[in-house]
Structures are given as C-alpha cells and as structure tokens.
Design a protein around this ligand. Structure first.
Ligand SMILES: *Cc1c(COP(=O)(O)O)cnc(C)c1O
Length: 403
C-alpha cells in the first residue's frame, strides 16, 4: 500500500458509518426526515443542552445564532483574533461590527481581563463570541459573569471543541455545548473536526425562544404551526414567512453519518488525547519548542496540537520547515493568521500591532498532525522529522537535535 501523506487533520470513516448512510439513502427520506431530529436529540443529550438545531455547516450555525440573537447594525460583537474567519464574519453577515480582544498567552483563548476592560469601556458591545481554541474550553464561568453584568449575548464558537468539558466551581463536569454560561453554542462537522457529516453544523441552546427562532431561520423564516401564525386562516396549505431566513438545512443522509459518528466521539477524543500526550512526552524537553497542555480543570477535545517554535532564536525559517516536511509527506499547518491581519479586516480599520499576543503566537505556531487514525509510529516519525528538519533549517542548530 502506498504510504499515506500525513496532514494536520482528517476524518475517521468506518464501515458502520457507510452502512448508516446507505440505510438513510434507501429509507426514502433525503432532506429533512426523522434522522435530523434524532441527531438533534442525541446532540442535546450529549452536550447537556435542552435543544439542538443542526444546519448546513459551522459558518451557517454562527450566522443563524447571530440572527436569532437579534444582532444587527449598530451592535458590536467581540471575539478572539486567533480563530477561523467565520467567527468574526458572522457578525458582518447580520450587519453588526466585529471587534477583537487579544488572547491570553497561556490559555490561547480570549483574555478575560482584557475582555472585562473592553466591555466596560464600550457601550455598543452587544455580544461575545468566545472561541475554544484547539478544543480547550474558555473560562466560561468568568465570561458568563462579565456578560451578565451588561446583559450581553454569549455565543460560544465550539467548532474545535465538541467533546471538551470543564469542571465548574461546584465541582460538576460541564460539557462544552451545555450553554450553562452562554445563550448558544455553535459546532462544525467539517471533516477535520471532532466528528463529521461531510459539511455540517449545529447550535445548542437552553432557550425555547431561541430554539424556535433557529428552526424557523434555518428554513426561510417560514412558520407553519397554527398557534404561531399572524392570521389564523386554518387553510391546509397556509404558512407564513415572518422573518428573513435561509436554506441552511442538514440532510437526513448527513444526519445518519452524524448519529453514527457521535457514538464514537468519546473514543475519538480519547485517541486525540493519547496522541497529544505522546507528542508532549517526545517534544516538551526541548527548550526551543513550547508544547500545549490542558489548562487546570479543563479537558480539551484536542482538535489541534499547536506548538510554538522559537524560529528567531534558531535562525530558522518556518517556510523552510514546511517545505522540508512536506517533501517527506508531512503536511503541517498554521492556526491562525489572526483575523484582523487579513486585507478585508484591514479595510475595516484593523492593523498589525492591534492584538500583539495573537500576532506573536502566529509568528511561532505550527500545528502538528493530530487525528484518531494517526498511529503512534506516525506521531513518533512526525516528532523526529520535526527535530531533524529544524536542525537542518537552522542557522544556529540546537545541540539537542543535531543530526
Ligand atoms: C471550522 C470552523 C468554523 C466554520 O465551520 P464550517 O463548518 O467550516 O463552516 C468556524 N469557527 C471555527 C473556530 C472553526 O474552526
């Protein structure tokens, strides 16, 4: 068998996943059928939220959440600069203005101290979108308190963090998605995430009102239940569009895959955790590599394994590292180019230097491959290749990894 190239993330599809999808295809339901509702029920049960609404992808989920929360022109939405573009773009979709709060260099999540300061200073802030970077939960209890004081909406971007949890002040375990300190939590089922439906996303919430709005907005803003109609005509074909919605539906075929994958989620996370420990044991002894670790009381879903490398000190170029690693079939990635550095966001007035902690992190970060199918041998080979390649690529090669 040809040796498989190693990338930073990839899906795990097993024979029973394929059978589940085949059964769905044969069932006669292709778009919204019973499996959509079953997937939603199981997601709510897994996360501990009252309701879940699945939709076409994580970006659509963020858009639906912003719209359901009533965000719009004149509202400011705070998120982390260290995230995928969609976390901030969702605010723009509804006409609100995204702004950022720099990360905490230790947790890599939005810095609660800076967040509190900014919230106090700026009355137009209406919502916070905390991002659980790499799958490691934010301090949701603190963020929840900051939001409550000013009556702000909290939408967690948990696209990295399905399967992550934390220990609350009362010692209870909370799953990310339980919305115990937020209004809504958003997930993605893109193939590199914890579980996949091809493309797919979901929102969890404990609010019946938000749940009803999300369901309607997912499907054109149309209402069919007689009790909620503006004019109770009682006509069998009658429905009303009461708000401007979208077609952001997930199919029964995708839900079949989602249900099958959700059953394996804990096993997937356990394997990701093993790989993370292996990398940490192999790499943490080198002073020029900073390895990530679980924050006290928080259990990561290990979506990413982000290391920080002292490229300046080594006199090494990250570009050369990427090229040499790619030549031997190991494709690294960088997470992320801070959102405010992109040309579009510079056009909105942001500039380099605005969020220096995230920018410094970007200068040093490399995401090592991590996904359930990665073997210990492959993870070992990645570590070895990283060390020897860094030695090759350095003007001041570290003694510890001289080849
Ligand atoms: C993947 C991701 C998204 C978007 O999800 P899609 O399903 O790709 O639309 C949003 N935010 C973060 C942090 C992500 O990692």
């Amino acid at each position: 068998m040809e040796k498989r190239a190693i990338s930073y993330g990839r899906q795990t599809i097993e024979p029973d996943d394929i059978e589940a999808v085949s059964r769905a295809l044969a069932s006669g339901w292709l778009t919204q059928g019973p499996l959509v509702e079953e997937f939603e029920r199981r997601l709510a049960e897994y996360t501990g939220a009252k309701y879940a609404v699945v939709c076409s992808n994580g970006t659509a989920a963020l858009h639906l959440a912003c719209k359901a929360a009533g965000l719009g022109p004149g509202d400011k939405v705070l998120t982390s600069p260290l995230t995928f573009l969609a976390s901030a773009n969702a605010a723009l979709y509804v006409g609100a203005r995204p702004d950022f709060v720099d990360i905490d260099a230790a947790t890599l999540n939005i810095d609660p101290d800076r967040l509190e300061e900014k919230v106090k200073a700026c009355p137009s802030i209406k919502a916070i979108v905390p991002v659980h970077f790499a799958g490691s939960p934010c301090d949701m209890e603190r963020i929840g308190r900051i939001a409550k004081e000013r009556n702000l909406i909290v939408i967690e971007d948990a696209c990295h963090a399905l399967g992550a949890s934390w220990t609350a002040a009362n010692n209870e375990t909370r799953m990310v998605g339980s919305c115990s300190n937020s209004d809504m939590t958003v997930f993605s089922f893109h193939p590199v995430k914890s579980i996949t439906t091809g493309e797919g996303g979901a929102i969890t919430t404990n609010s019946r009102k938000l749940y009803d709005r999300l369901l309607s907005l997912r499907s054109h803003g149309v209402i069919k239940e007689t009790a909620k109609l503006f004019s109770a005509e009682g006509l069998p074909w009658y429905y009303e569009m009461q708000d401007l919605g979208f077609n952001y539906r997930l199919t029964d075929i995708q839900s079949a895959l989602g249900i099958s994958q959700l059953k394996k989620l804990d096993r997937f996370i356990a394997r990701r955790r093993e790989i993370a420990s292996l990398y940490t044991s192999l790499l943490s002894k080198y002073p020029f590599i900073k390895t990530p670790c679980d924050v006290q009381g928080r259990s990561s879903a290990w979506h990413l394994y982000p290391v920080r490398i002292d490229f300046n000190g080594l006199g090494a170029a990250r570009r050369v590292l990427f090229e040499l690693m790619s030549a031997i079939g190991i494709n690294l990635q960088v997470h992320y180019i801070p959102v405010h550095m992109h040309p579009y966001y510079r056009g909105l007035g942001f500039k380099p230097g605005d969020f220096p902690v995230a920018e410094k992190f970007y200068d040093e970060e490399v995401s090592l491959p991590i996904y359930p199918l990665l073997t210990d041998e492959e993870a070992g080979a990645v570590s070895e290749a990283l060390l020897s390649t860094l030695a090759c690529a350095s003007v001041n090669p570290p003694k510890a990894c001289a080849i």
